[in-house]
Design a protein around this ligand. Structure first.
Ligand SMILES: Nc1ncnc2c1ncn2[C@@H]1O[C@H](COP(=O)(O)OP(=O)(O)OP(=O)(O)O)[C@@H](O)[C@H]1O
Length: 776
């Protein structure tokens, strides 16, 4: 029996204690399932589905299901899931984040809980890092599902013309988080329930969880429309260049905020001749903030590049230029202005949800990753999930060498060429990887200069060429990898008894996880293998203490520096980098939570209306509520008589005369006169509503009530998203003098939410009476 280790505990630990029992039961069932015919095997799965419907829990059905799936995998793929995979699958079922080393077979592992959860008939979503992996896994595992009579489908990000409702009818859907999130957002902008494609959220299994659940939490899938925003970005960019860091504003690199000092605020207001910080125009305050943010936090050729007169964002992890990646409303425009380019038209978000927010919609959520160790706390904090390590099936035989540091990049590359040449000459397949595009291209040039033939696996579109992967395991083959290409590349040795793959990683340092991913390309399945890492003193992340800098300078040009202190310094750098990433994510999530809560409220209400309609009674009580508040909010005395009369007339065809209004407003809001006026207005509005109903006829009225309410909610939610964004960014400015921006933001957000709900009610009433209906 394989061992598995746990950190965390409590309830999770009790549940995991069942794993060994399950594994025994699955093994015991093996002979029986083995004897079943193909069709009987599929039949027994549908029998389990029936039993689940009759009340047996998924826990109770786990062993039988896994036994059937195991047999199906043997018959279709010729692969029999190992104990480690059974335990991994059970842990996924229990909703944890499972560490299974690269090559341990996570793809097949996920099929076990996916089939189990498919018994519930509510759809299981398997999410992975990119389209390529989703397509590969869906196709690869498809035969197992088909064999068992289950439907599996691929949700492709590229091909949006798919019949998506058919995709979601499948038992198991493979896709990317943003692909799923996009459909969720689209569903929440629809007007009829027939247009909705997702059948709710039940169970999600996330592959490459480290990337999807931790690193990319703040990726924000959005549906946008052009907005007509003010375009003073160019002027504000000019202003930003005149302000001085630490005099007029302060920068927090980790939180990625820029806050003006008192002196700075005074200067800005003076220049603009407007009260930027009074809170009246949060939009302007935000644009000032954005101008400062792009000035300080977005560095040209590190974070973005200007290509053919347009901004292209550089992916921090891969150093690759991203096409179509935007930073977010306002930021892109501020960046255009900073670079003196034509400012793009602003777009307004109609709907958005962070990847984290989307994943949290699933009551059952589980993840798997090659490395989980060290990140248990983040999974717990962000998702409330426990982390679990499944020990590798065979001990890793790979020899990992400590990183060594060369005086500069050129020396590092020369050493790389020498090492590659030696290993290749000895008949070993060699893989050279780096996180940086720049270094990757230099690797290739250096190898070329040395006459060393090689393939480059650069996964431009997240896909890699199968032939290159196939060649990569041959003796003497040299392959250069960029980071993303490392994910999921499965290099098989052409000579399993040979010395194994040699992996050489090159700086700059990024994260321990990436390093382990790269090293993990070698020594899979207990294969022999070896890995080494070369860095250089030019590495921007590597802050070595002074003596070592001198050591680097003084050293013979090609002599690497390696000693305990350097190793420790590298460790410290990696720890710092990962703490920083986690802190950034945590910070982003604290803010996102505010929006998430409001979105949940809006979408819940919307879903109710989409499914049940917006009834006549609901309309009436809304009409009553809105009229009541108009009358109560009006001031006593004569001054508001005209005002109130206009307000109510703007909302429905009122017949209440000015004299009645004047009489009603003669007392304070608690007076008898006021109560009478409320009653008169409400009665008048309700009878107008009844007339409207009968003019339209029941069917059209029902349709209109629903559509108007949904349209108003769509519109107001878009306004709310913009206001929340503006508030968030301008608060850094307003709270610069003190106070906690998050607390301020929460407070402001709830004020905005109250305003939004009130607007929704009032706008609904206005439209309900005024929308022209043409029946075609
Ligand atoms: N039970 C099994 N029996 C035989 N081969 C298996 C089994 N499970 C998985 N494999 C093989 O192991 C290899 C690695 O599988 P897979 O790519 O799913 O690993 P992984 O854990 O996802 O690795 P990575 O972290 O690199 O994505 C594949 O070639 C797969 O066919």
């Amino acid at each position: 029996m394989s061992k598995f280790r746990l950190f965390g505990g409590g309830k999770a630990r009790n549940a995991f204690e069942r794993c060994p029992g399950w594994v025994r039961a699955i093994d015991l069932a093996e002979d029986d399932t083995h004897r079943l015919s193909d069709s009987d095997l599929a039949q027994s799965l549908s029998g389990l589905r029936q039993r689940h419907q009759n009340g047996e829990s998924l826990d109770d059905l786990l062993a039988e299901t896994f036994a059937i799936v195991r047999e199906a995998a043997v018959r279709t793929l010729g692969e029999r899931p190992f104990h480690e995979q059974l335990i991994g699958g059970a842990a996924l079922h229990l909703g944890s984040v499972v560490e299974m080393r690269t090559g341990e077979g996570k793809t097949l592992t996920a099929v076990l809980p996916a089939c189990l959860h498919a018994l519930a008939g509510k759809g299981v979503h398997v999410l992975t890092a990119n389209d390529y992996l989703a397509a590969r896994d869906a196709e690869w595992m498809g035969p197992v599902y088909r064999f068992l009579g289950l439907r599996s489908a691929l949700l492709s990000e590229d091909d949006r013309s798919d019949k998506r409702d058919t995709v979601y009818n499948a038992d198991v859907v493979y896709g990317t988080p943003s692909g799923f999130a996009y459909d969720y957002l689209r569903d929440n902008l629809t007007y009829t329930k027939e247009e909705v494609v997702q059948h709710g959220h039940f169970s999600a299994i996330v592959d490459e969880a480290d990337l999807v659940m931790l690193d990319e939490v703040s990726i924000l899938p959005q549906i946008t429309a052009p907005a007509d925003g003010p375009s003073d970005h160019a002027r504000l960019a000019g202003l930003a260049t005149r302000l001085k860091r630490d005099v007029h504003y302060e920068v927090d690199e980790v939180r990625r905020t820029v806050s003006p000092t008192e002196q700075g605020m005074a200067l800005v207001e003076d220049w603009l001749g407007a009260a930027v910080y009074s809170g009246d125009d949060v939009g302007l305050a935000r644009r000032v903030s954005l101008a400062l943010q792009v000035k300080e936090l977005y560095v040209k050729d590190r974070d973005y590049a200007v290509v053919d007169g347009a901004i292209r964002i550089i992916d921090a992890a891969t150093q690759r230029l991203l096409t179509d990646r935007r930073l977010g409303t306002g930021l892109d425009q501020a960046l255009d202005a900073k670079e003196g380019l034509t400012v793009r038209r602003e777009r307004q978000a109609l709907a958005e949800i962070g990847q984290h927010g989307y994943l949290r919609l699933y009551p059952h959520l589980a993840g798997m990753a090659g490395v989980v160790k060290g990140e248990g706390e983040a999974y717990r904090d962000f998702y409330g999930l426990e982390a679990l390590i499944v020990a590798p099936r065979r001990p890793v035989r790979r020899v990992d060498h400590e990183p060594v540091v060369y005086p500069d990049d050129a020396a590092m590359l020369r050493a790389m060429r020498k090492t590659v040449d030696e290993k290749r000459a000895a008949g070993r397949p060699v893989l050279v990887g780096t996180a940086s595009d720049e270094i990757a291209s230099k690797i290739s040039l250096t190898l070329q200069a040395g006459g060393i033939e090689h393939d480059v696996l650069d996964a431009r579109n997240h896909g890699f060429e199968a032939e290159i992967v196939a060649r990569a395991g041959h003796p003497g083959a040299v392959t250069v990898l960029t980071r993303m290409a490392g994910r999921g590349v499965d290099i098989r040795l052409a000579e399993p008894e040979g010395p194994g793959l040699f992996v050489l990683g090159l700086g700059p340092l990024t994260s321990r996880r990436l390093e382990l991913h790269l090293r993990g390309r070698a020594g899979r399945w207990g294969d022999p293998g070896e890995s080494a890492f070369f860095l250089s003193f030019e590495d921007p992340h590597l802050s070595l203490p002074r003596p070592f800098e001198r050591l680097g300078d003084a050293a013979d040009a090609d002599e690497p520096a390696v000693n305990r202190l350097i190793t420790r310094s590298i460790e410290a750098t990696l720890n710092r980098l990962s703490a920083r990433t986690t802190e950034k994510s945590a910070h982003a999530l604290r803010y996102a939570a505010v929006q998430e809560e409001q979105r949940a409220a809006v979408y819940t209400r919307r879903k109710d209306i989409l499914t049940n309609g917006f009834t006549r009674e609901q309309v009436n009580s809304l009409v009553e509520k809105v009229m009541r508040s108009f009358v109560i909010d009006a001031r006593a005395g004569t001054e508001d008589v005209e005002g109130l009369s206009t307000t109510i007339r703007n909302h429905y065809p009122a017949t209440v005369g000015l004299d009645v209004i004047a009489a009603g407003l003669s007392g304070d809001p608690t007076s008898k006169a006021r109560a009478d006026l409320i009653e008169a207005v409400v009665r008048d509005a309700l009878s107008a509503s009844a007339a409207r109903e009968s003019d339209l006829g029941p069917d059209v009225a029902a349709e209109l009530r629903r559509r108007v309410m949904l349209a108003v909610m769509n519109q107001q939610w878009a306004v709310q998203l913009r206001d929340l964004d503006d508030t968030r960014d301008s608060l850094f400015l307003r709270t610069a003098a003190g106070g906690d921006p998050l607390t301020e933001y929460r407070r402001a957000a709830s004020r905005l939410a109250a305003r939004m709900w009130k607007e929704i009610d009032e706008q609904f009433v206005g439209y309900w009476f005024s929308v022209q209906v043409t029946i075609t």
